[in-house]
Unconditional design. Structure first.
Length: 390
């Protein structure tokens, strides 16, 4: 049965943040098990599914809420604050469901059969595809398959070889997760609980009705959200994750500072040290400033698509570069918090070490590479041919 969501922006925000609060204890209680399993445990996945949170970016005609990017940012922040790995897995899954706006009716009929909302996963890095009658023969191995262990369908980005050697076209091919080979290689330092395994297929047939054009990115259903482009659909994901984790780390060190004492001989309460006071004061302001910039650019992009226009290359680049900045600021704040946590922070039960490990790995994602600053500089210089996903 499809859940009914409000259409008012402020009411949507209230409903989704209330949904996060309703499962907060379940997600927190399962965080350690996620680390041990190297993927989200069933209880956490069930809570996210049954709360309706996966419908955040799903088209309304498919039972989703189709929320604006600013609401998405807040929801991803809120889940990531509870547990970084859960926040990452959830944000990837919710954003991947936006693919349903671009898929042909044939795929939608199968994926949403029985009125049940599936869980998607996917990765934007190219495999290859050869056109054949009725579809494509797809071969590829994709990394960062976050959430694939609990996903029903998985997307693989492919470049389609053209007869005569012309430039390849870029597609997203959707496959049942049961039909891909999952490589259990997710033995990592951070984001352990996300199950971000590689997955692969070899010469696998994918019907044309289960693909969509990543260059045209033309929605088959839904409203302005699906005209925002790939950087726009991913900005709230990466920025929300980073800002939520950074805020959790800052709150944790502030709480610890009330009781922690440091020093040889005479021990001074951490909260009374002027150097620490400066660090947390600056950290709070930097996090808020980075968040404000992300929201400013998201609002600009949202206004653009609501006016029935597509964001231009410069706005796409700003979405990526602002997200990179937010990630770097959050990582620096978390690093400082961990440092002042001292010996307390190094224990595996302490949230500061988990925030630092998980954010370090999240910051390694290509979407928030420092090459986005180069793209931003190219736009400021007025250089031609800037590729926002370059």
């Amino acid at each position: 049965m499809k859940q009914q969501f409000p259409t008012d922006r402020h009411e949507q925000r209230r409903v989704f943040l209330a949904a996060v609060d309703s499962i907060r204890d379940i997600l927190a209680a399962n965080a350690d098990e996620a680390e041990a399993l190297r993927t989200l445990p069933p209880a956490a996945v069930t809570a996210l599914r049954e709360s309706g949170l996966f419908a955040l970016m799903l088209p309304t005609e498919l039972g989703g809420a189709e929320t604006d990017p600013m609401t998405q940012l807040e929801v991803f922040e809120a889940v990531s604050f509870i547990d970084p790995a859960t926040g990452w897995s959830y944000a990837i899954g919710a954003s991947a469901l936006s693919f349903s706006a671009y898929l042909p009716n044939a795929a939608i009929a199968r994926m949403f059969a029985g009125g049940r909302t599936p869980i998607f996963a996917g990765a934007i890095m190219p495999g290859r595809a050869v056109p054949v009658e009725g579809g494509y023969r797809v071969t590829g191995r994709w990394s960062w398959g976050s959430g694939i262990r609990h996903a029903d369908w998985v997307g693989g980005h492919v470049l389609v070889e053209q007869p005569g050697g012309g430039p390849p076209t870029s597609l997203m091919a959707m496959l049942p997760t049961a039909e891909v080979e999952i490589h259990d290689m997710w033995h990592v330092a951070g984001l352990k609980g996300t199950g971000s395994c590689d997955y692969a297929v070899t010469d696998h047939f994918v019907p044309a009705g289960f693909t969509f054009d990543l260059q045209a990115f033309h929605p088959q259903r839904g409203g302005p959200l699906y005209r925002i482009g790939l950087p726009g659909l991913l900005q709230s994901v990466h920025a929300g994750f980073a800002l939520g984790v950074g805020r959790r780390a800052l709150d944790a060190i502030i709480e610890l500072a009330r009781t922690k004492r440091r020093g040889y001989g005479k021990q001074t309460p951490l909260a009374e040290r002027a150097v620490f006071q400066r660090v947390i004061g600056e950290s709070d302001l930097r996090l808020r400033a980075a968040r404000g910039l992300v929201l400013e650019i998201l609002e600009k992009a949202w206004s653009t698509v609501c006016a029935d226009r597509k964001p231009d290359a410069r706005l796409h680049v700003e979405m990526r570069s602002a997200t990179t900045l937010a990630t770097e600021v959050a990582l620096d704040v978390t690093t400082q918090a961990f440092r002042y946590g001292g010996g307390t922070a190094i224990h595996l039960h302490n949230i500061l070490q988990r925030c630092l490990r998980d954010l370090q790995v999240g910051a390694a994602h290509l979407m928030v590479s420092d090459s986005t600053y180069e793209l931003h500089g190219q736009c400021l210089l007025g250089l031609p041919g800037v590729n926002p996903m370059g």
